[in-house]
Write a protein that binds this ligand. Sequence first.
Ligand code: ADP
Length: 184
Amino acid sequence: MQATIGACKLELVIGDITRQAADAIVNAANSRLAGGGGVDGAIHRGGGPSIMEETRRHYPQGCPTGDAVATGAGKLPARCVIHAVGPIWKGGQNQEESLLASAYWRSLEVASAQPCASIAFPSLSTGAYAYPLQQAARIALHTVATYLRLHGQPQLVRFVLFDERAYEAYADALTPILSENHCR
Ligand code: ADP
């Protein structure tokens, strides 16, 4: 599924984030940047040790929830990895929504500063961090659409969803967000 926001493209695909040859891929990191399972494990396995060496050297304090930092991508086909820290779902009354939006927004700001023409996101916080998928999809797409409308870059934002269920949730969330943003 694909949409246009100004001169930018927003795509939804089913796939593996580590296989994306985008300028930047986004890691679903934890705040210690310590590595983990899910997306994080796959990125460090595929990219090799240089990514962790770089996070240890440049970000020894880790990265706060809602923020993002960049490293190289080691052996992965992407040019860089943006490590974004989404919130752990604790019932919805603990700033989860604003922290999730911030993790996407900061990733886009970090990508713009590189600069990156293309960026691929996984569905942040919806695995081990247990954020309800439908709500997370709405926040993710609303945040990205607002950023693209405001900044006109990156040229391509691709959501790489791991399975049919995640893809359907994002596809369902996309249509109302596009009309809210006055774009196709
Ligand atoms: P978090 O800790 O932020 O919840 P996870 O990595 O546990 O992050 O999961 C985030 C989402 O990414 C989940 O929906 C999971 O199914 C999905 N996922 C796991 N591995 C990959 C991968 N290699 N590529 C894309 N998405 C993935």
